[in-house]
Every structure is written in C-alpha cells, then in structure tokens.
Design a protein around this ligand. Structure first.
Ligand SMILES: [Mg+2]
Length: 337
C-alpha cells in the first residue's frame, strides 16, 4: 500500500465566524492510498480546536507505515496500528480511514452505504450553517440559503438576541443553535436557552465549555430544548459519560478518526438512548460524502462544509431541498471536477 497526499486551500464564500474566531480559508490534505491498481481517496481537514494544523497532519502521515500491510481489507489491524502511533491527530487518522473505505468499496464495486446494508433513501435533510455576522450580512445569508429548509445558527456571543431576532424576522424555517462553548456561566446558558425555546429552535449544541459536564447537566435540568454534545464528544469512549448532561451527540469524522469509529459511536449512542447528529468541519465534498454514506443511520445531519466553499475540487453527495442524495458510484462515490 502506498500513501501520498495533495494540499488544498479552500476558500470560504463568506468569512466563517463562530464563538471562538473566524476564518476566510481552510487548508486540507487529500490523501491517496494506492494498492493493486486502485486508488482510495481520503481527506484531513485539521481543526486547531483539537490541536491540528496541516503541518501536524503531514508530520503524522510521515510516520504511517502502510507498507507493513498488504491487505487493505484488514481495517481493524491497520487502523489500530495507525491510532497507536500517537494521541490526537484525529483528522490525519480520518484521512487514512476514509481512503481505506474508499479503496474497499471500489475493489468490491459497491457504494459504502450498500456495503453497510443501509437504505440510501433514508438519508436525512442537512442543515445549512449561518455563521456569526452583522445584521445586513445575516439577511443576505438567509436569502442565499433559500433552498435549505433547516438552518443552524452560530451563537455564543454577547449579540445572541439581536442575531436571532434578525434571523427570525427573515425566515420561519426550523432553526438549530450552536453556541460552540460560548456561554461560560450556567445561569447565562439557562437564560439564553429559555429565550430560544420561544424562537422555534429545535435543539442547542454545546452550550457550555467542554469538560463542564456538571454545569451542563445543571442547565439541562432547567430547560426543555434537547442539548447535543459537540466539543465534549470526540471519540467513542466519550459517549457513555455524556448521557448525564446531553440528549445527543454530534459525530464528526475529523474529530473521531473516521468512518469505522463513527459507526461505533452511532451504536454506542443508541445503546445509551441518545440522539445522533453527523457534523463536519470546512471540508471538500470528499469527506462530506464519506460522512453522508453513514447518514441513513442518524437523526440530524449538518453536512454542509462543502456548501460553504467556492473551490470544491470534488463532486459527490448532492443536496435536494435539504435532503442528502447519495451517489451510486463505488466507495465514497466522489469524482474529481
Ligand atoms: Mg458544533
């Protein structure tokens, strides 16, 4: 097995701002895994929130010794070895996991959802994210998002009420809220969520800083909206302890090391009677389509990272009136533009 990579700089349509900062571009790495005349594609979209940059991804990939393995179907052995190289490096690990799955599907001539026994008509609708912005830009973004029936609103600022009021004036759509750990005091979180309950919001993602599970549990006892863990939920061993504070989890391939672990997390969450959301970073259609292959299993999709960029190098999953439409090509199902 041979591993190589290409670097890309993705350009955002609008400056993308959340509670902890803003970006105009995003660096990703596309990984190519070649074996027996077939090339599997993977992607790493590193997040500084989890200690990664494109340099850490390159350094990690340099330590991966895939030539030790001669059978890409042995995902459990290969990915366990890759995971053991060092802690963290989630997106770098995800790139290898995705490439192996793509290779396997291509070799068998089957799309991943078929390989997993999933019904492609059972995909959910994805939300479309509206980042933090000035009122006039928010109104423009709402207009641009016309074709998406569910919007995910980034909050966690001192201007939350005016952001929500601007958006609610512009649309009657289902709204989901992501505070990105922005409400530092539990009393503030309760107050904000109680107000959001009257704004037709479906759920709130990560209201409090990750690791303040007791604070989040205190908030949950006092509000009616479901709470979804994002920054608190990285890998599958995080899931059971989140039950006491959250109603569901947000799984991202770039946090959890890839599709194989994401599948484990879905089943672990179900065993804990929790809701499951699939989210993303700013990514190309490659990683988004890989995640979408799992989406017939989940409750909520937030797979819009590819819709926020202007130079997506790939074609894969499509969105029709919000609903994810999976390609029927083998593997992940992407092609280069
Ligand atoms: Mg989030």
């Amino acid at each position: 097995m041979k591993l190589s990579y290409r670097e890309y700089v993705l350009r955002l349509r609008h400056t993308f701002a959340i509670a902890r900062g803003s970006v105009d571009t995003k660096q990703v790495l596309i990984v190519l895994l070649e074996h027996d005349g077939i090339v599997g594609y993977g992607e790493a979209a590193p997040s500084s929130r989890y200690g990664e940059t494109s340099d850490t991804v390159k350094a990690f990939l340099g330590r991966v010794k895939l030539e030790w393995f001669d059978n890409p179907f042995q995902l459990e052995s290969i990915l366990s070895q890759v995971d053991s190289i060092s802690e963290g490096n989630y997106s770098a690990k995800a790139a290898i996991d995705i490439a192996l799955h793509d290779w396997m599907g291509k070799r068998l001539g089957l799309p991943l959802h078929e390989l997993w026994g999933l019904n492609r008509t059972m995909t959910p609708q994805t939300s479309f994210t509206i980042g933090i912005d000035k009122p006039e830009i928010l109104a423009q973004k709402i207009e641009e998002a016309e074709q998406y029936p569910i919007l995910k609103i980034k909050l966690g600022t001192d201007d939350d009420q005016s952001i929500m009021s601007t958006i609610r004036m512009a649309t009657k759509k289902v709204l989901r809220v992501d505070a990105n750990e922005g409400w530092k005091r539990k009393e503030t979180a309760v107050e904000k969520i109680k107000w959001l309950e009257q704004q037709g919001v479906e759920f709130v993602e990560q209201p409090m800083p990750a690791s303040d599970l007791d604070g989040t549990a205190w908030v949950r006892e006092r509000v009616n909206l479901p709470l979804i863990a994002d920054e608190d939920c990285v890998r599958y061993h995080d899931v059971p302890r989140l039950q006491k504070a959250f109603d569901g989890i947000n799984i991202k391939l770039m946090k959890c090391t890839g599709l194989r672990e994401a599948m484990k997390m879905i089943h672990t969450a179900r065993a804990c009677r929790m809701k499951v959301m699939l989210g993303c970073m700013i990514e190309t259609s490659l990683a988004i389509t890989a995640a979408a292959q799992l989406s017939p299993l989940i409750d909520y999709a937030d797979l819009d990272g590819n819709l926020l960029i202007t130079n997506d190098p790939f074609i894969g999953v499509r969105v029709k009136e919000g609903k994810l439409e999976l390609p029927d090509r083998p593997g992940i199902g992407i092609t280069e533009k």
